[in-house]
Design a protein. Sequence first.
Length: 139
Amino acid sequence: MIGNLNCFVVKGGKIKVQCPDCKKVRYYAVPPNLRRKIARCGCGRTVRCTLDYRKKRRESSVAKAEVTLDTRIFRAQISDVSLVGLGFTVKGLTKPFRVGQDVTIQFKAAGGKNSMRKICIMNVTPSRVGARYTDIWLA
């Protein structure tokens, strides 16, 4: 049986994996360019690990948002958030977005409060846009 577990890189290029069945903890060495690893426990359980090399932890999120690029407004869904940025998907294609563009995103924050942030596009793929915050909280 294969389960899912988020793993984070720890000191010395190793990840710490705890088996969900027997609770045994094991450390695995990982090379710097590896993004996923399958960890096998002695009890027979297999765990898929997604590796995160970021200094600031990224958390998965599901929130509706509106992204304003020049005068155009796009409906988006935030997929992950960290202290320094966020990732979102746009209904339709991400073609209008380019690396280095400054845009505004409006969404509901964790407390249910409407928030508006200025962001700079850092990464664009056909299905996802990654950005970093360029401001302090606006609202």
